[in-house]
Design a protein around this ligand. Structure first.
Ligand SMILES: CC(C)(COP(=O)(O)OP(=O)(O)OC[C@H]1O[C@@H](n2cnc3c(N)ncnc32)[C@H](O)[C@@H]1OP(=O)(O)O)[C@@H](O)C(=O)NCCC(=O)NCCS
Length: 285
């Protein structure tokens, strides 16, 4: 006798799936969530979310979603499966419709930051290949020598967000760019956000969060024509001094293994890698 498995079907996400998604995100170990600034409940119902649902018979067995592409580049934001056994068949079923939907929105590259090992094989099986790594640097609380600089460091508030966003778009390659909504969320959740002025011109900014006794530098960007002129160093050393004064135990920051400029800057200012690295896999579609 031939046993036939109930086939997996795939449909676009709608609001009706919300509670199942939340349950699965809470209870499943096969869960990946990569939202830098939004809460999943906000993001999933925003225009940014492109999400598909896998069903098997009456059961919902998985969700896979990505952001709308920026300049052709996008990221997998949510991937969650009912259990280990369903990961591969559900991912296989979900990937093609998601890829087609993203492609129709102009995506050419999709990236996936892997926080857990359980995703390595499934992600490779759908064709993703290693692209880069996100590495973590930390600096334990210790005084910092602030070198004199020609840049004035000012606090940046919500009224400055548009200016900061313009700098961000110019500084970052498309795969690392954020939306203006992300930038607003980021500024709202920041513990400290400062900008560097060269005369009257804003030439760079940093945005950092604080969790208990950990300060985290979440975004640092300098206008391309001003890079290599000490702006980043001025912003980061001022930030470290700010957190030191507030008795933070340490300041952390993530950057890409391929980003030599930022690694040089952090190392120079007393940060060191702590070994918490996250692989970034990618696929051209
Ligand atoms: C990373 C970044 C913020 C650095 O800012 P910056 O103003 O250019 O940095 P600084 O001029 O203060 O330079 C800091 C150090 O890095 C060095 N550096 C700058 N560019 C470099 C490069 N491409 N390769 C190696 N070292 C570099 C500088 O020589 C300087 O070291 P030194 O004082 O020993 O000479 C800036 O390049 C940038 O905005 N990049 C794009 C966005 C980005 O990658 N942000 C950080 C992500 S975590």
């Amino acid at each position: 006798m031939i046993m036939t498995e109930t086939p997996i079907r795939v449909i676009p996400y709608t609001r009706g799936f919300r509670s199942t998604l939340n349950d699965m995100l809470f209870f499943s170990s096969q869960m990946h969530l990569h939202l830098d600034w939004s809460h999943v409940d906000t993001w999933i119902h925003s225009a940014d979310a492109v999400v598909w649902v896998a069903t098997q018979g009456e059961k919902i067995v998985g969700f896979l979603g990505a952001s709308r592409p920026i300049g052709g580049y996008t990221w997998i934001r949510v991937a969650v499966f009912k259990d280990e056994a369903v990961v591969m068949p559900a991912l296989m079923a979900l990937w093609n419709p998601l890829k087609m939907a993203l492609s129709a929105l102009g995506a050419t590259h999709v990236y996936w930051m892997l926080f857990d090992d359980w995703l390595n094989t499934p992600v490779a099986n759908v064709g993703f290949v290693p692209h880069d790594e996100v590495v973590t640097f930390v600096r334990y609380n210790a005084p910092i020598l602030i070198k004199p600089s020609r840049y004035a460091i000012h606090s940046a508030n919500m009224n400055d967000v548009d200016r900061l966003y313009q700098i961000d778009c110019q500084a970052f390659a498309p795969m690392w760019q954020m939306t203006i909504e992300d930038m607003r969320h980021a500024r709202r959740s920041a513990a400290v956000c400062t900008m560097a002025l060269d005369g009257d011109d804003v030439v760079g900014f940093q945005l950092s969060t604080a969790h208990h006794r950990n300060g985290h530098l979440a975004r640092l960007a300098v206008l391309p024509h001003m890079q290599g002129k000490g702006v980043g160093s001025a912003l980061v050393s001022d930030l470290v001094r700010y957190f030191t004064r507030r008795h933070m135990d340490y300041v952390s920051v993530n950057t890409q293994l391929s980003n030599l400029a930022s690694q040089h800057l952090y190392t120079k200012l007393g940060f060191a890698r702590n070994g918490y690295d996250m692989p970034v896999w990618g696929i051209k579609i």
